[in-house]
Design a binder for this molecule. Structure first.
Ligand code: UD1
Ligand code: UDP
Length: 352
């Protein structure tokens, strides 16, 4: 069996690392990197740290408007699909890379497997929501992390080829968190004391493309009674630069870090402030309270179980949550048992 996996953005390298590890010994996998993310610390570091095989094909698409970026990816992926005639195309999550891969495959009637299917924010203004809805509707195998994601699909009339497999990011965390302390010493490199800092990430368009929201978030970081370590996504760095914002002494801007460094920063934080999807889940898994800088989340279980609080971009609400809110609920196991990648590859390889 021949499988083409398409990746391009940071979280996809992490997800694909686990699935690829499970697929490679059992079939021919061709890994295509669209080049959506290309900085060393947004791409290559993950191949190095996660033992992910180097891409077989690198499209080098780079940044651009949504249409330009997606169209360039589709053209490149179409050529590969025509040449390789794979049995499956596998895409991850909800980025433009996901959409481009799925659309190109759909037009050529190549079966599509969508890992992380059925997630919904119910906000069509969010580019990722459009991507994930469209990809789910043209996918043949839909790998959902939870029953609510299956229910979301069912409400849209998608019931065939739907599987609950847990979350491949849980597989990745379980596997790599044990290795991380042997490979990196990021806390002492940054002079941080465990549980005495907040970790922040911000990159969602709703926050970065609205100066009022971004300024309100940054103001909250400055007002906290904890130092804030903030690995800055390149998209956000550009906006911060354009705003002319200079961090006060409480906020430490650093370059994006590798996955192993990030796991250690997360696990040792007092709290995590984020608008990332992946980071919300990781906060739950490592048992650190998460304060989400959004008005809604796809990862509703983390909120329902009392470990994630949605505060939007409201300075007072963010600071109040950091200073006064602590989860008390037990952490129930959610998003699978760390064997999602195996389940996905078993299902793909056993299809007629
Ligand atoms: C993309 C995904 C988002 C995902 C995120 C993961 C879409 C629509 N969005 O958002 O769902 O959560 O990746 O991090 O696909 N840039 C660089 N260097 C890089 C990559 C990006 O400088 O290596 C800058 C460029 O100015 C670029 C901007 O960041 O225009 C945004 O990058 P892009 O890939 O379009 O979207 P993300 O915000 O990264
Ligand atoms: N991540 C990382 N380094 C960073 C920031 C995030 O390795 O500096 C990891 C993080 O641990 C998680 C993934 O990147 O596994 C999340 O990606 P991101 O926040 O870019 O995208 P999202 O999950 O929101 O789509």
């Amino acid at each position: 069996m021949k499988i083409i996996s398409v990746v391009g953005a940071r979280p996809q390298f992490i997800k694909a690392a686990m699935v690829s590890r499970s697929l490679r010994p059992r079939c021919q996998e061709i890994l295509v990197h669209t080049g959506q993310h290309y900085d060393e610390n947004m791409s290559q570091v993950f191949f190095d740290e996660l033992e992910l095989p180097e891409p077989d094909i690198y499209l080098g698409v780079g940044s651009g408007s949504h249409a330009v970026q997606t169209a360039r990816m589709m053209t490149g992926i179409e050529e590969i699909l025509l040449k390789e005639s794979p049995d499956w195309l596998v895409v991850y999550g909800d980025t433009n890379t996901t959409l481009a891969g799925a659309l190109a495959a759909s037009k050529l009637q190549v079966p599509i497997a969508h890992v992380e299917a059925g997630l919904r924010s119910f906000q069509r203004a969010m580019p990722e929501e459009v991507n994930r809805v469209l990809v789910d509707h043209i996918s043949d195998a839909l790998f959902c992390p939870t029953q609510p994601s299956v229910d979301n699909l069912s409400r849209e009339g998608i019931t065939r080829g739907v599987y609950i497999v847990g979350d491949v990011m849980a597989d990745a965390l379980q596997y790599f968190i044990r290795l991380a302390p042997q490979k990196t010493d990021i806390l002492s490199d940054l002079g941080l004391e465990a549980h005495c800092y907040a970790l922040a990430t911000v990159h969602r368009a709703a926050n970065t493309d609205d100066p009022a929201r971004l300024k309100a978030i940054l103001k909250a970081f400055e007002q906290m009674n904890l130092p804030v370590v903030f690995p800055v996504h390149p998209r956000t760095r550009k906006v911060i630069h354009d705003l002319g914002w200079k961090a006060n002494r409480n906020v430490r801007l650093i370059e994006p870090v590798g996955y192993l460094e990030m796991l250690l920063l997360e696990a040792n934080a007092d709290c995590i402030l984020t608008d990332s999807g992946g980071v919300q889940k990781e906060a739950y898994w490592v048992g650190v309270r998460c304060i989400t800088l959004r008005d809604e989340t796809e990862w509703v279980e983390t909120v329902a179980l009392g470990w994630n609080r949605l505060v939007g971009a409201d300075t007072t609400a963010i600071v109040e949550a950091v200073h006064h809110w602590r989860p008390t609920a037990p952490r129930l196991p959610i998003y699978g048992d760390g064997h999602s990648a195996e389940m996905i590859s078993d299902i793909l390889l056993n299809q007629p």
